[in-house]
Design a protein around this ligand. Structure first.
Ligand code: IMP
Ligand code: MG
Length: 200
């Protein structure tokens, strides 16, 4: 840890902060404004992809005034591949609790990398006949795309690095950091690369 203690402290494994808490908050506020403008008073289900979208959906949802009909649901997937690249083999670990049929669904996802996870989710949810299906992501890595996926709301352009914090993990660590940061390359070299990218 550096000299400062507390939740904002920076572990030695962090190379640099990509976006600090105020920058994330500004992006999330903008996303909520865009969603609210588009929903035009219609009920909306914010469908968070666990676990990465945990803080995003919590912060996003609290921007809507009480008269808006905003519901929250979750699903969980695991994507297999290398530590930093998914293969497209996506497994549904937890399905939604409510039916998506006839609802205005907004997928809320932490980051789009090669796009295979989102492609799977969009196809699966579209087949269930929602009234509308849109996608909101906090971070985008467009230069890493293996498949084309449509994104309706994009918070921030990610630097070309593996990002942790604000819900995003490396081997289940770092999710609780209040900022988005890159890790030193020695972190990946030191640990054996996992076979699975894990949950969300
Ligand atoms: P994709 O299928 O390659 O688009 O991967 C999407 C999922 O992989 C995201 O929902 C994350 O869970 C994970 N992921 C991709 N890139 C990163 C990253 O830079 N940091 C943390 N997780 C990531
Ligand atoms: Mg995720």
């Amino acid at each position: 840890m550096n000299a400062t203690n507390g939740p904002g402290a920076m572990p030695d494994t962090i190379a640099s902060i990509a976006f600090d808490a105020p920058a994330i908050a500004a992006a999330v506020a903008r996303l909520a404004g865009e969603i609210r403008r588009d929903m035009a008073g219609e009920p909306v289900v914010l469908l968070g992809v666990l676990k990465g979208a945990l803080f995003l959906i919590a912060d996003l949802a609290r921007h809507f005034p009480p008269e808006d009909d905003i519901r929250i649901d979750f699903l969980a997937v695991s994507s297999y591949g290398n530590a930093d690249r998914s293969s497209g083999e996506v497994r549904l670990l937890k399905d939604t609790s409510e039916s998506v049929e006839g609802k205005n669904i907004i997928i809320v996802e932490d980051i789009v990398d090669n796009g295979l996870t989102l492609q799977y989710l969009q196809a699966m949810l579209a087949s269930r006949n929602p009234a509308s299906l849109r996608t909101c992501v906090l971070l985008d890595k467009p230069y890493r795309r293996a498949v084309t996926v449509h994104l309706d709301y994009v918070g921030l352009q990610s630097p070309d690095a593996f990002i942790v914090g604000y819900g995003l993990d490396y081997q289940e660590k770092y999710r609780t950091l209040p900022y988005l940061a890159s890790l030193h390359t020695w972190v990946f070299e030191a640990g054996a690369l996992p076979a699975a990218k894990g949950i969300g």
